[in-house]
Write a protein that binds this ligand. Sequence first.
Ligand code: COA
Ligand code: AMP
Length: 634
Amino acid sequence: MTYNDQYELALHQPEAFWDAEAARLPWFKAPQKIISQDEHGIARWFADGEMNTCYMALDHHVQNGRADQVAIYYDSPVTDQKRAITYQQLLEDTALFAGVLRNQGVEKGDTVVIYMPMIPEALVAMLAVARLGAIHSVVFGGFAPHELAVRIDDVRPKVVVSASCGIEIAKVIPYKPLLDEALAQANYPAQRCIIFQRPEQTAALQEPRDIDWQQAMTKAEPVGCTPVSGTDPLYVLYTSGTTGKPKGVQRDNGGHAVALNFAMRAVYDMKPGEVFWAASDIGWVVGHSFILYAPLIAGCSTVLYEGKPVRTPDASAFWRVCAEYRVKALFAAPTAFRAIKKEDPNAEGLRHHDLSALTYIFVAGERLDPPTYDWISEKTGKPVIDHWWQTETGWPVCANLMGIEPKPTKAGSATFPVPGYQVAVLDEAGQPVPTGEQGAIALRLPLPPGCLATLWQDHERYQRGYLETYPGYYLTGDGGYCDADGYVFIMGRIDDVINVAGHRLSTGEMEEIIAAHPAVAECAVIGMPDDLKGQKPLGLVVLKDGADITEAELERVLVEHMRHNIGAVACFHHALQVARLPKTRSGKILRKLLRQIAAGEAYTVPSTIDDPACLPEIQQALVNRCLLEPADLP
Ligand code: COA
Ligand code: AMP
């Protein structure tokens, strides 16, 4: 079937389309209700099906001839380790670790927080939670204790699973003190922590709360899979919203498995037995979907890479990994390629590696700027596929579908909507804009399987944040346009979310941290363009009258607070003191205008502005700090 045929079928006969996709998976009881409505009137998929995601990812393959196939290639240049773990071994470890969790009282519907570096045990922990029908919430290892504590308080886990340390290039980062601090800050600290001890730095355990992973495994018995319904949650993954409180995206088991299995075939053209590598982190949705669940559900081998694109040890690392494991499809963020390009502009590192197996390079997580697209295409000679999606959707919304019908690519475009999604570009009144004009990107309801149906224990926020703006649509938070050929171009966020090195962060949260400083009267944090990381945050701070602190000292303190509260990944390095912020007469800070100024873009002074004289002052402050070239001034 062509792309158009599949798209039309999913649009006009969604039940038949997704029923056929569901039938490709091993359910305990096949769903009869393909789509139904929950108590909030939200469309839910496969509500009466019975299944277990871990069963689909492991047991089923072991029982059907894949026991000796490699499930995970673990490659860790930072510890100089490589391991090839078969489906059989992974199943044994997972079943045993599920026994460890069961011994700590974890049952169906309970929550478990996982705060771990990129080691196979992190995947074992996720699968073991799924095996028990429980719900995991993985917290990115680069987040600071405060972020971990906020998530612990929201999800209230029975158990936290962690490791003694992570390794960032050559730096050993002890995780246990971070976990201890988070538990001390939390109002609902978990009663049990299971800690995987790494030889690079072991952790002191606090009995009886802390349990040694390795010892607990010797005392546990393997357990089987607990059946869950298609709509029982598999996980909660927090993502940045516009306020300091992250949003707990809740993902169902059934729709997730069906959508990921479809995506592996339709978008990524992957067949069972082939090798897929998503160079991300298990703390992000890319890691959940495409390091762990999708490759395993589809019977592929996945690569778990504990390293960076550069400096572990050099800019040829990606090519080495692709060659060594005969990766068919690589998926990485544009930032990773910009980092490689910066260190190895001529891609000399490519020459020493056999990339004959590498068929596609998929890119997502942030906008793929045309120069980066051109560089990757030219140097590798491989198809470079930009595709767009987000934590909330869990799988690609727009893509060039390599497994259905590859279309010519256009730099800067994520190509077409994936079958199942109806993408619309709307104006402020919720009306579709003419072709070629920019607007808010929205998805017509119902969303296909795999997308969030609610936020963890906060349905009202889901309704308000995503569904209320344009009735009948889900608001993505991105802006963009469609061209005359129907290609979708995503241009960036239209809310207070920024994307730093493919990491989604909230400027609202950063503003809350700055505003807590006693010298600060008000502030704004905006994303400014960055050659390597796409965007970086910039703080603009107005001091209280009489506050006695230099710009340098305030900046030092705020940078420290940001690292301590969010983590080094925030990359917050600049806080400029300004006399005033541009506001409307009703007092609303004109953030879009600030973004344009910081990007050196031309702007129109809005008629609603209260005090236009502050604009040149802000420009001058940026020039003084070398954040803007005088030549860039519009
Ligand atoms: N645990 C602890 N700290 C972490 C961390 C983790 N998992 N990940 C990042 N950090 C820290 C880094 O050590 C660094 O700390 P520092 O300021 O003390 O040096 C800081 O956070 C910023 O890290 P990073 O964004 O990785 O910047 P970098 O300059 O070290 O590396 C790149 C630049 C481009 C190589 C890196 O950003 C990268 O690999 N980006 C791609 C990320 C990606 O795949 N995103 C996709 C998600 S879908
Ligand atoms: P996350 O939820 O962390 O995966 O971040 C999702 C956000 O990243 C989206 O809402 C977009 O703003 C951005 N994004 C992801 N992929 C792309 C892409 N291919 N092009 C442009 N922006 C993207």
